[in-house]
Ligand binder design. Structure first.
Ligand SMILES: NC(=O)c1ccc[n+]([C@@H]2O[C@H](COP(=O)([O-])OP(=O)(O)OC[C@H]3O[C@@H](n4cnc5c(N)ncnc54)[C@H](O)[C@@H]3O)[C@@H](O)[C@H]2O)c1
Length: 288
């Protein structure tokens, strides 16, 4: 029987690295998928150099990760980057100097790369892995969004938009992910400011220490979302949370729910179903 197996994107540094260490201490085997290798090797891990922006690289990584233990139980889609453009600082008064094409790698990494990961995770979690000791198909996904996935960060609009997109994706995918044959549970963690190499140098020293979120709060958030230490318990997946967004801020876990619809009862209860039905019919027509 193979040990439970996880993939952590961006697992070589910061929050991802701490999660890898936590998983290993709970007897997981972990694939680290990152563009850079970890500074020191971590026991019970397999590093696969991957740029998550590339579908082919991510697909090859998932294939290799699954082949390791013939099972996949948990995926943390954690790799992310901050802004690479500034709309207002690059404006010109000259009508003949329109803006050049902006750098949108932030969306490519944070949104497209993460979406690729969700699609690939759902596949390898659906594949029967009973011979490797996984009793039924299914698994858990946690996406690393950010406080910027809930509140705007004016200096980081690309980051804010992309992290809001992740919260939206998690909320929209959760119900069907759990109901489909993939049997996945998907949630988002939204860290506040955590001291990692991903932050601008010198930022942490500008903050009062009691305003910096310790890594232990983020590890606790992953545990609350995915109950990682108890993998193997009966109905580990089925009893799991789904569609949740939790902010880890200093020593608090703050749960954020979508705003309540203020539109009428019809939209809330029937309209959503009618929309789903129309899109299903459209998809059938496209296939026919
Ligand atoms: N540190 C914070 O305060 C904070 C707050 C909120 C959210 N986050 C989020 O947490 C996640 C981890 O960030 P961190 O602070 O640990 O940063 P970090 O820079 O220490 O770690 C990020 C890792 O992602 C990897 N990476 C970047 N682009 C990649 C790509 N295209 N493909 C594969 N790997 C890639 C990097 O090589 C690095 O190892 C990010 O999604 C970040 O947005 C961080």
């Amino acid at each position: 029987m193979a040990p439970p197996t996880a993939i952590v994107t961006g697992g070589s540094s910061g929050i991802g690295k701490a999660l890898v260490q936590h998983l290993v201490s709970s007897k997981w085997q972990v694939v680290i998928a990152d563009i850079n290798p970890p500074k020191e090797p971590i026991a019970d891990t397999l590093f696969i150099q991957t740029n998550i922006v590339s579908w082919q690289e991510q697909a090859d990584m998932f294939k290799q990760a699954y082949a390791w233990n013939k099972r996949l139980d948990f995926v943390a889609l954690n790799a992310g980057v901050d802004d690479r453009d500034n709309i207002f600082n690059t404006l010109s008064n000259d009508v003949d100097k329109p803006p050049s094409k902006p750098n949108t790698i932030t969306f490519d990494v944070n949104v497209t790369g993460t979406y690729y990961g969700i699609k690939l995770a759902a596949h390898y979690m659906t594949v029967p892995s009973a011979q490797a000791g996984k009793p039924k198909p299914g698994g858990k996904i946690v996406v690393t969004a950010s406080g910027g996935g809930i509140f705007p960060i004016p200096i980081l609009p690309q980051y804010t938009g992309s992290k809001h997109a992740l919260v939206g994706l998690v909320r929209a995918l959760a119900t069907n992910g759990a109901a489909s044959k993939a049997n996945v549970r998907i949630n988002a963690v939204c860290p506040a400011i955590v001291d990692t190499p991903g932050l601008p140098a010198g930022l942490i020293s500008k903050l009062p220490p009691d305003q910096v979120t310790p890594m232990s709060t983020i590890t606790r958030a992953f545990e609350e979302l995915a109950n990682l230490a108890n993998v193997g318990q009966e109905d580990w997946v089925e009893k799991g949370k789904t569609g949740e967004t939790v902010e880890g801020n200093v020593d608090e876990l703050i749960w954020h729910h979508p705003p309540e619809r203020r539109s009428g009862k019809f939209v809330r209860e029937t309209g959503v179903l009618k929309v789903a039905q129309a899109y299903e019919e459209k998809a059938e027509e496209a296939v026919a």
